[in-house]
Design a protein around this ligand. Structure first.
Ligand code: ADP
Ligand code: ZN
Length: 796
């Protein structure tokens, strides 16, 4: 007797472990690893996945599998093991993790099908709803969801319960086929040798020109889609089919994922010495099938992408495959174009413009082994690519790699785990690596590969700092930025003015000395709450009255910081009347097509000055931008997050990169009240000094990489409920070191009040265990939600 281990696919936290089910003989051939099945569970039929087999059953009364949804295996052991790791590491369920690895369209769903049973003796026994329900049942019955859509969920549920009990209707669980299946296409082809076809073309030319045209087309092209041929006349085609000159073939239509993708086929002749050295290190690991982590650290334009391309090419030459992760496909068009250009048909690009059908096709083709390279965003880390020999993670520091709902995985860290399990090298690249990654590289647990010089001749933009403490404060712009804007506007260059968005209260900054009040225990900037005139630490919850004078210089101009985009726009109009200004923030960009319109206006120079938030920092590639002004670096520097400095540096480098992408060298001006802040200095070039200082602070305050963090956000519709629930959760987490509970910086989001708890531990595994036990012991009040974020990246 053979038993299958079935992971029930329901969103119920208590069904984490697979159950044994008997494999009926008639299903032997179809019940394979990774197949979706229907099994009985507490007298219901529920979907599940086969995740293993056993010769023995734990109990004698094991039930049989009811049905095999489709004989296609959706995942292999490698993906299942990775999903289990993700579930364990991120305190999620294996179901949640597995669903990241399977496109939802590939999952056939179950439906509840309602059919008529015995006729009620008397129609007056039926309520109005029940009569409506019976009326809606066709002779074959109806899908319960369709009834719900027509009548309402509660009403249908109550009516069905009573009618089932009376025997008037029966409800059966059935398999509904996948929403999308591979598209079939009918091609036409010559059924005779080409010479015979050409003879027929001559014969038909006069009296049957349509037939001649179709034959000529097929003789020239070999084959053509029927739909295209039909446009020329169905009668002629039918005649040709009848005469046996043409035949139909059914094929699986390929929805080409690279369709419309721009390809860059340039290949530099020779690598620089630094590139060569980096590539050789990776190839050595590749040749010896050795898991090793490489951190490729080099400024933009230093040739990192070329190293990825060569390493991937070498992996393919050795008969292996490669997985390439990029933060966001839409924002990295050049990178994608170069992969598409270098590897052509062999590369699948999982971009967001794919239709559901294209995504589904591509996923299956990857699973079948049609591609050697997969390029995609964070979810691609679960791509069903077999024989991976190399994993590449571009821009490893990017926050976009973190998933924002459960399981809240970090694609870089999952990539590290996947390559570790496979025993293959992983190549992480960045111009501004995360502090944690740099630490591992510096400690020697990872291999640090530096590209110190730029390949292309284009110089980095010149960066200047304006010390806002020395300005008179009448304008949001300092004198240097006003002068630079005046010069650029006169010469016809475009100007980008960058501001950091905030969705919550901001910190105070002293306009005289640049001091920002911080929490003594947590090191993070305190946020200022105008209503209560209080300063609050969002980590530990400490609340202090706002000082009237600066604790550092006794100055009296201690104010919340950060002008809004609107204020900046008005200021530009006031200083430069008549200049074309546009604003890009969440208000102006929410309308459909607004982004595209703005891009067109910028490209055609209908906009000369653009004021924008983070939204425009990435991916903007405009040759006309000669000047970038960072209006207030202080906002980023004083976010209530221990990574504020690191994040500010990454943003500064990113926006600075928007300048001088054309012929003329660009210019960047950073305005700040903290001109000596290490992150600001690092943006001008000295990034290792920043790193040393940051590492010292993290060590002193015990933040990663010197500890692990788990953030728990408790939310409720009423403030008191959120607070009470957070406090009771904090009590039951007593086994871990706890910061908080306190209101989250985004204290209210879409009508939910949010409280946060940060659990911290020296040992990641012990911390996870403590939090898991605390959660299990906690009784979650009704109406309260909880979100668990292991290794949080953005703590808002
Ligand atoms: P990064 O990924 O670090 O920004 P790229 O790999 O994109 O750098 O290289 C920047 C530019 O230099 C690209 O146009 C690339 O084609 C070119 N390039 C890269 N390596 C070389 C090389 N060895 N010789 C000449 N040009 C190169
Ligand atoms: Zn604190």
């Amino acid at each position: 007797m053979r038993y299958a281990l079935v992971l029930i696919d329901l969103p119920v936290g208590s069904l984490r472990a697979p159950f044994h089910y008997r494999v009926p003989e008639e299903m032997e051939g179809r019940v394979r690893f990774g197949v979706r099945v229907v099994v009985p569970l507490s007298r219901r039929s529920v979907p599940g996945f086969i995740v293993g087999f056993d010769d023995h059953a734990p109990t004698p009364d094991v039930l049989p599998i009811t049905d095999v949804v489709s004989p296609d295996s959706l995942f292999d052991e490698e993906i299942w093991e990775l999903a289990q790791w993700v579930a364990e590491h991120y305190l999620a369920t294996p179901q949640e993790a597995l669903r990241c690895a399977i496109p939802s369209d590939a999952l056939a769903h179950l439906r509840r099908w309602v059919v008529r049973g015995a006729e009620p003796l008397d129609a007056s026994m039926l309520s109005a709803t029940e009569r409506a329900l019976l009326g809606a049942l066709g002779p074959q019955g109806a899908d319960e969801e369709d009834l719900v859509a027509a009548i309402g969920r509660g009403a249908v549920r109550r009516a069905l319960a009573r009618m089932q009990a009376a025997g008037w209707v029966h409800v059966r669980t059935q398999v509904r086929p996948p929403a999308i299946s591979p598209r079939r296409e009918v091609l036409l082809r010559l059924a005779v040798p080409p010479e015979a076809a050409w003879e027929a073309v001559d014969r038909y030319r006069l009296h049957a020109p349509q037939r001649a045209r179709i034959l000529r087309m097929l003789a020239e092209a070999g084959e053509a889609p029927r739909a295209a041929v039909l446009r020329g006349g169905g009668g002629a085609l039918r005649a040709l089919l009848r005469e046996g000159l043409v035949e139909e073939v059914r094929v699986e239509a390929v929805r080409d994922p690279l369709r419309g993708t721009y390809r860059d086929t340039s290949v530099p002749a020779e690598l620089t010495a630094e590139q060569r050295e980096a590539l050789d290190a990776v190839l050595d690991a590749l040749d010896n099938s050795r898991h090793e982590v490489f951190l490729l650290h080099g400024v933009t334009g230093s040739g990192k992408t070329e190293v990825y391309l060569r390493a991937v090419g070498s992996a393919i030459q050795r008969g292996r495959r490669a997985l390439v992760l990029v933060p966001e496909i839409a924002l990295t068009p050049q990178t994608v174009a170069r992969f598409a250009g270098r590897f052509g048909e062999r590369v699948a690009v999982l971009h967001s413009r794919l239709s559901a059908g294209e995504r589904y096709d591509t996923w299956w083709r990857i699973r079948r082994g049609d591609y050697d390279v997969v390029v995609g965003p964070r979810s691609a880390v679960f791509a069903p690519l077999a024989d991976i020999g190399l994993v590449v993670v571009d821009e490893e520091h990017e926050g976009a790699y973190k998933q924002t709902n459960a399981p809240r995985y970090h694609a870089r860290d999952v990539a590290l785990e996947r390559s570790r399990r496979r025993g293959v090298p992983v190549l992480l690249g960045s111009a501004t690596p995360s502090v944690e990654s740099l630490w591992r590289a510096q400690q020697g647990s990872w291999r640090w590969l530096r590209l110190r010089s730029r390949v292309a001749a284009r110089p980095l933009p010149a960066i200047r700092i304006t010390d806002m403490r020395r300005e008179d404060g009448r304008s949001v712009f300092g004198r240097a930025l006003i002068e630079a804007m005046r010069a650029r506007i006169a010469s016809g260059d475009q100007v980008l003015l960058y501001l950091n968005r905030r969705g919550y209260a901001s910190a105070l900054v002293c306009r005289e000395c640049g001091h920002v009040p911080r929490c003594h225990g947590c090191g993070v900037a305190l946020t200022y709450h105008l209503a209560t005139r209080a300063l609050r630490c969002h980590y530990c919850g400490r609340v202090l009255p706002a000082p009237s004078a600066c604790p550092s210089c006794r100055g009296i101009h201690l104010r919340p910081f950060g002008p809004g985009t609107q204020r900046v726009e008005e200021e530009v109009r006031r200083l430069f009347p008549g200049v074309d200004v546009a604003r890009a923030d969440r208000d102006t960009m929410s309308r459909r097509g607004a982004h595209q319109r703005l891009m067109d206006d910028l490209r055609q120079r209908r906009v000369q000055v653009l004021v924008g938030t983070q939204m425009i920092a990435k991916g903007l590639d405009l040759p006309g931008v000669g000047l970038v002004g960072v209006v207030a670096a202080d906002v980023a520097l004083s976010l209530p997050d221990f990574r504020a400095g690191e994040r500010a540096l990454q943003q500064l480098v990113q926006v600075a990169g928007r300048a001088g992408r054309g012929e003329s060298p660009g210019e960047v001006i950073i305005q700040t009240y903290q001109p000596k802040h290490p992150a600001v200095l690092a943006a001008c070039g000295d990034d290792m000094a920043f790193f040393e200082e940051e590492i010292a602070a993290r060590r002193a305050l015990r933040y990663p990489p010197f500890s692990s963090l788990i953030q728990l956000i408790v939310s409720a519709r009423a403030l008191a409920d959120a607070r009470t629930a957070a406090r009771s959760l904090a009590d039951s987490l007593a086994a871990a070191e706890i910061l908080g509970p306190s209101p989250a910086p985004l204290s209210r989001l879409r009508g939910w009040y949010r409280w946060q708890i940060v659990a911290r531990g020296q040992d990641a595994q012990a911390l996870r265990d403590a939090v898991r036990q605390g959660l299990a012991a906690w009784r979650r009040p009704p109406g309260v939600r909880i979100a668990i974020d292991v290794d949080p990246v953005e703590m808002l």
